[in-house]
Design a protein around this ligand. Structure first.
Ligand code: ATP
Ligand code: MG
Length: 387
């Protein structure tokens, strides 16, 4: 029995003339999500059909494909010739077991090929009757059936499936441009990465490490986190910035209450340089309003003014519990809670300023010559490709 994956691409339907380009990008992303497999993917009649080769594990492929952004839902369908007897036989082969377990069912037919001798209603009646005669305990329930047998008669072939599985949703990665995420090993920034990639952005990432205060394990953790996100959005170039010199200079020159904020301002400056050089269109952070002292409105104003690109903060209106729920759903939570030190927790002030004043911060920063340090940190960033 030949099986395929039928893709429903939700929002793409809204994109008018761009639709075809969007679909082409989605097909490219689907192929990229399974680089080791020769997938056949074609678009026809508002559906993309993905055909894995016979020798691969079909369910694993379907699961992987469902994680690609831009796919609202998908169905695993059996395929056969447009002949009622064959459709009936394949329905039994493909769904027989489910039909014998269910109490109620209905047949739903769609006939895109109007030359097929039976119309949709006739297909339902004829096939429904044949199914009932083979499964005498089954009952028809057209309103709330346990199992719906879908028959789609299309241009070239007939497709049989038992409904849809939800996909990752969103827009295909790459259709909205590229942005640079500031990724820590925490819970929030991987969620922010995922949320923005879901809206069609390709990602690049910047991570600040402060060896020896932070360990290799902390860096590995960021790599693991981004690998999870990359499953949905494709390869992510990660720039690892050595932040030690700047952090020590901040510790030695800046009043303690400003430590975190000056550090965050330096991060914005360095990330902006890297993003501008890479020609990405924005920065992304995992900030959530009021979550910590450096994320109050006045604090955000002080960090935002150091960025030269728009800063996207998709978690800004989410509670921690909501961010955690998403982290669990996308599979980053368990990695995020591994205990390795992040550079933010090195030299944490006891009483951080929650209502900082930009002028006071600028004055404090004049205590040391940070510009060459910022530039050399950005220039010395180490690039790794995360797949
Ligand atoms: P997260 O869970 O993402 O670490 P957080 O609640 O711990 O967030 P902060 O540590 O104040 O918040 O950081 C706010 C944002 O700054 C992070 O979401 C992230 O975008 C960025 N950031 C913090 N630390 C780093 C780092 N070491 N490297 C890169 N970006 C960072
Ligand atoms: Mg953090």
């Amino acid at each position: 029995m030949e099986r395929v994956i039928l893709i429903k691409n939700g929002e793409l339907a809204l994109k008018g003339l761009n639709r075809s380009t969007f679909e082409d990008i989605l097909i490219k992303n689907i192929r990229r999500s399974l680089p080791d497999i020769e997938l056949k993917a074609v678009k026809a009649q508002s559906t993309i059909t993905v055909e894995p080769p016979a020798d691969c594990d079909f369910d694993t492929v379907a699961d992987r494909v469902g994680k690609v952004f831009g796919i609202a839902a998908y169905s695993v369908a059996a395929v056969c010739e447009k002949d009622l007897d064959k459709i009936d036989a394949v329905t039994e082969e493909f769904l027989g077991e489910k039909l014998s377990e269910a109490k109620t069912f209905k047949v739903e037919a769609k006939r895109a090929d109007k030359t097929f001798p039976l119309n949709s209603r006739e297909i339902c009646v004829e096939l429904g009757g044949r199914i009932l005669s083979r499964h005498p305990r089954l009952k028809v329930d057209v309103h709330a059936p346990e199992l719906t047998v879908n028959i789609e008669i299309r241009d070239t072939r007939a497709f049989i499936h038992a409904g849809q599985t939800r996909g990752a949703g969103g827009l295909p990665t790459g259709t909205a441009g590229t942005a640079t995420v500031l990724i820590s090993g925490g819970i929030d920034s991987p969620v922010a990465s995922y949320m923005m990639a879901k809206r069609g952005l390709s990602l690049e990432a910047v991570h600040f490490a402060s060896p020896p205060y932070t360990s290799q394990r902390a860096e590995d953790k960021v790599v693991s986190l981004l690998s999870v996100v990359a499953k949905s959005c494709g390869v992510i170039p990660l720039f690892i910035v050595n932040f030690t010199e700047l952090q020590e200079a901040i510790r030695d020159n800046i009043p303690e209450e400003y430590f975190t904020l000056v550090m965050r301002r330096m991060m914005m400056r360095i990330a902006s340089i890297i993003a501008e050089k890479q020609k990405t269109g924005a920065l992304i952070t995992g900030e959530s309003l009021g979550q910590v002292a450096s994320q109050t409105m006045p604090a955000i104003r002080c960090t935002d003014m150091c960025a030269t690109l728009p800063v996207l903060r998709p978690c800004i209106g989410l509670d921690k519990t909501e961010i955690i729920a998403t982290a669990r759903k996308i599979g980053t939570f368990d990695i995020s809670i591994e205990p390795y030190e992040d550079c933010c927790t090195v030299f944490t002030p006891k009483h951080p300023k929650t209502r900082p004043d930009p002028a006071a911060l600028e004055k404090a920063e004049q205590k040391f010559d940070w510009r060459p340090m910022v530039e050399s940190a950005a220039a010395g960033a180490r690039k790794i490709l995360i797949k």
